[in-house]
Ligand binder design. Structure first.
Ligand code: SAH
Length: 228
């Protein structure tokens, strides 16, 4: 067994002890080489249960939080998923192994290029990526069965334009920064036109920022969705 595999198995055991019980989620983590998604100088820490820098002032989330968010989404093979904040592409890779197709948006084109190279190397093909402002969602592809946001929205709630792209029966998870500056992971379930909010736990994420870092928004807007 390689040193990576031994470390990965130790991490999966730790996640189980922390309450991650969904075997599909644990299996997806086991099949995804986190060392490939972290910069070389952090390789030694790739399977520590911590967030790590990925450049451009951004971070790859702590494995426990990736597992918790993925588990909270209850993803299955029939689901079309929207992810805001591709970052390293690690969470994208995990979700791609569980859903039908994932649409992922990142506002820093350089990070997106790196993530796409890695997804290609891992032969993950059931994704579509765009360098754009994810706060507006992906109008041409909406609605989505699941939405995950991996950067913190400002209080009180995630952008309405994004929440409205959730399908009936859909689930969204998103960190939200409150006015007292604490962050909480929020789970939103849509039943027809009702939205149910659940506070999962305190978290720490980089902020969800408006606009694309380098100007161009490449998502075609074919259809507008009414705001709540
Ligand atoms: N899921 C990532 C974590 C990335 S950190 C991983 O597994 O590595 C959050 C990411 O959200 C950063 O890359 C940041 O650039 C991006 N982000 C922040 N605001 C955004 C926005 N409005 N639209 C798209 N991406 C955004």
């Amino acid at each position: 067994m390689s040193v990576w595999e031994a470390r990965k198995i130790r991490l999966v055991m730790e996640l189980r002890q922390q309450g991650i019980a969904d075997t599909a989620v644990l299996g997806a983590i086991e099949r995804t080489p986190r060392e490939a998604f972290v910069p070389a100088q952090f390789h030694d820490k790739a399977y520590d249960n911590i967030a790590l820098p990925i450049g451009n002032g951004q971070t790859i989330s702590q494995p426990y939080i990736v597992a918790l968010m993925t588990q909270a989404l209850c993803v299955d093979r029939s689901h079309k998923v929207l992810e805001i904040g591709t970052g390293s592409g690690y969470q994208t890779a995990i979700l791609a192994r569980l859903c039908r197709r994932i649409y992922t948006i990142e506002r820093i084109p350089e990070l997106l290029r790196g993530a796409e190279d890695l997804l290609h190397k891992l032969r993950i093909r059931n994704y579509t990526a765009a360098a754009a402002d994810g706060t507006r969602g992906w109008v041409a592809q909406a609605p989505f069965a699941r939405i995950i946001v991996t950067a913190a929205a400002a209080a009180p709630l995630p952008p309405a334009e994004l929440v409205n792209q959730l399908d009936n029966g859909g689930i969204m998870v998103c960190p939200v920064t409150r006015e007292d500056r604490t962050q909480h992971l929020i789970k939103i379930t849509r039943i027809l036109d009702q939205f149910y909010y659940e506070d999962l736990c305190p978290v720490r994420f980089v902020p969800l920022l408006p606009d694309v870092e380098a100007a161009m928004n490449i998502i075609p807007e074919t259809k507008r969705i009414a705001s709540a």
